[in-house]
Design a protein around this ligand. Sequence first.
Ligand SMILES: [Zn+2]
Ligand SMILES: [Zn+2]
Length: 334
Amino acid sequence: MKAAVLCGRRKMRIDSIDTPRVKDYDVLIRVKAASICGTDVHFYKGEVGKYAPKILGHDFSGVIEEVGKNVREFSKSDRVIAEIVRYCGNCNFCKAGNYQICMNASYMGFDIDGAFAEYVVAPAKNVFKIPDNVSFEEAAVMEPVALALHVMDFVQPKIGEAMAILGQGPVGLVQTQIAKLCGMKVIAVEQKEERLKLAREFGADYIINPTKQNLKDAVLDITNGLGADFCVEAVGLQETVDQTVEITKKGGKIILVGESKGLRGPPIRHEDMTWFALSDGGTNKYPIALDLVSKGKINVKRLITHEVALDKLPQTMESLADGKMVAIKVVVKP
Ligand SMILES: [Zn+2]
Ligand SMILES: [Zn+2]
């Protein structure tokens, strides 16, 4: 099969490699669409991980080509997605229903070959059917939705509470929509005007461009001098992690969902604040994510700004890495 293989820092090539084989509890999926995540670009630039050569890609959709002999719930031609974390099902965390923090976890597109290829293998327990009215492209953008849902496990909001969301990239733009579904007041913060416009369309109550307004003053103004009840950091820079404390109220919660590895936590003082750094999409969020998109409650279609063929992925990764390509979500089509 054809695959985009990362073979060194900023070195990716299209290669012909063996098609993976299914074991008894696996399915083989022919990839129809796979989206590029910020983490993929970090890997490409050699900023995280030392796994090359490898195949990136962990948010994707496709069609089942073959099922392992013990798989009953799926059959050939089913339209499906598979979630990223491979969990054991037996450790303390899995048994407690938190498989996203499995002690024996491995991750597709990180330490296991990912979806920037014609085929990928996944355990059937990781696989979910795509509703008929959801396209392969939309179904390849489920990770941000799963992540935003996972954030709500920690937030547990009441109607009308305020959430400031730093960064309106794919994760922030979905978080904005989920927070509005939960009846929250959303303060969307972003430097790029076209993303702020989209945040407004997705229901953000307030939009702030911190290059034009003082962020702290603007948030305090909106929240009667208190600060936001919750702050989601969806950028992944030390500067924005530090800013979360300035705009969150006493007793509030800060949730880090941007790429925060290697960063210090928010500089919290004695004001009853708590902060959380989330692992990926949580447990069992992907079927909820698919359902929300199917029912028209969450729009991921608007996030897809580019579609590229698998053959063009090496050039595309390079353009994203050097900032020449300005995209929200790029979907790769093998
Ligand atoms: Zn990702
Ligand atoms: Zn486990």
